[in-house]
Unconditional design. Sequence first.
Length: 259
Amino acid sequence: MIGHIMEKTAKHPVQTTEKTIRLVEELKNSGSCGITELANRLDMGKSAVHNHLATLEQHGYVVSEAGTYRLGLKFLDIGGYTRNQMELYKTAESQVKLLATETGERANLLTEEHGMGIYLYRANGDQAVDLDTYTGVRTYLHTSALGKAILATLPEENVEAILDQHGLPATTPGCVTDRSELYDELETVRDQGFAIDDEERMEGLRCIAMPITSTKGNPLGAISISAPSSRMKGERFQEEIPELLRGAVNMIELNLNYS
């Protein structure tokens, strides 16, 4: 459910599971590692690290190569399956592709989980700038137009809970880091119907996003167009892109809510 915040600590955490998760996340962050390096980074014994890795490899979740280990494509299988079960993705994919074709820019689909934004899909037009946002990457909601579009549709107590858990870290000098400033911006988003990221997530890049909501007004996700600031200005930035997004959102919501 959008806006639901996970518990900070499990009531009965399983230490073995926690160690496995830490190991997997370290492999994600490092790319590949040997047993000794992993043991040092995670403050675990080498035999314990070896046993975890051997079990993960047996089930296809890691691959050993020349004395180092990396994550296996089994994670891609699970991630792809998870995404394909989401009605939002299945319904919005074609509209995101169309937006990319019509604008020539990058079109994105994002949803929220545990207070973070998750990129579900992206499509590139013929002029699109390649970014660091791959499918599945997580991002702070306040740092992007997509995230702010979602925050603007949530009740204030949900927004407060998200900010309490994740804070307002800055990703660029232009990123909003003050709560009252963010709340003012969310009010503007509600009034105009779309959110703007003016070089906040990445310098030199502007983005416009609109929320996708249920018939009750609950947020399901958001879609956006991203492009270099030099191409996102004037009438195109203020009128043309918002109008294209509005048409795509209308089609997505119609298919999600009434099909």
